[in-house]
Design a protein around this ligand. Structure first.
Ligand code: GUN
Length: 295
């Protein structure tokens, strides 16, 4: 069994990004700059955004974190986005999701200029992805492709089963795995909460991507021996014995599933780290596509 260690794979990517940024800076140019907007004080979102900012520092990128209170209005948030869109010093913009219920996520996502849409959530980015055109690939599916590439796991001709149809992970993942690209060319089944016989379908998977957000949902009885299992889940589960009072659980019952697999991602330390690597690569791409910053 190969442990798909996100620390190892993301470090290799970040080293290349750091080298690229150092070269940019050595030529007298400014570094790529990511702006992150965090609304409210959701604990998990705080952690993710802090990690994104820290990783920017580690790769020599500039970052700006804009914190807005939970009660911020949709129009105030839109105003912030318009300012970032117009600021030539900002290359990438991300608004951490989920947003408070009174804000329409779709309106916010569509306000981000597609040239700065490093999350790849704008319908223009998503449409390009579907048609196989160059675009920003959403960071988590991108990170998973980078993970497969790092560990040289071939996907061509395999049956990939994706559980979860979110715009952030499941749906773009299913499109990428079925696309005619390196680490694509799979036959893909996209499963969701209304899929009957889910366990039977999972058992047919050569590659199983669990992105449904239910801790330890995928059991050994659902996994074909020799499968590659990618666990996207990161749920906080209360645990009084843990330092923070919670433990992070994936969507896969790791201990019972791992012995069956050709390869499996751990949680934590797997896909989460690759998501950040994907975001950083998108930010560099946004910078390089800027007409005045490109070489
Ligand atoms: N919330 C969960 N995943 C993501 C992500 O990849 N980007 C943003 N902006 N919010 C998220």
């Amino acid at each position: 069994m190969i442990l798909l260690d996100g620390k190892i794979a993301s470090r290799a990517i970040k080293e290349k990004l750091l080298a690229a940024t150092e070269q940019i800076k050595a030529s007298g140019k400014t570094a790529p700059h990511l702006a992150a907007i965090l609304v409210g004080t959701n604990g998990a979102s705080e952690t993710y955004v802090a990690s994104k900012v820290k990783n920017c520092e580690e790769t020599g990128f500039e970052s700006t974190l804009i914190r807005l209170e939970e009660q911020v209005t949709e129009s105030e948030l839109l105003h912030q986005i318009v300012q970032l869109n117009q600021n030539p010093g900002i290359d990438g913009i991300l608004v951490q999701l989920p947003l408070p219920k009174h804000i329409n996520e779709s309106v916010i996502i569509q306000a981000i200029h597609p040239d700065k849409d490093v999350d790849g959530f704008h319908p223009i980015s998503a449409g390009k992805l579907v048609q196989g055109l160059p675009t920003f690939i959403p960071a988590t599916p991108y990170g998973i492709l980078l993970m497969l590439e790092h560990f040289q796991l071939s996907t061509k001709g395999k049956h990939a089963v994706v559980i979860g149809r979110s715009n952030i992970v499941g749906r773009p993942m299913s499109i990428l795995l079925s696309s005619n690209i390196p680490y694509g060319n799979c036959t893909v089944t996209l499963c969701h909460s209304h899929t009957p016989n889910l366990a039977d379908i999972c058992l047919q998977a050569d590659i199983l991507v669990a992105a449904l957000g239910k801790p330890e949902f995928v059991k050994a009885s659902m996994v074909k021996p020799g499968a590659i299992v990618i666990d996207v889940g990161i749920t906080r589960v209360t645990d009084a014995t843990a330092k923070n009072g919670f433990r992070i659980k994936g969507d896969v019952a790791f201990d019972e599933v791992a012995p069956l697999c050709e390869a499996i991602t751990p949680v934590p330390g797997g896909v989460g780290l690759m998501t950040i690597a994907g975001l950083l690569k998108n930010t560099l791409q946004a910078y390089q596509q800027h007409p005045l910053k490109a070489d």
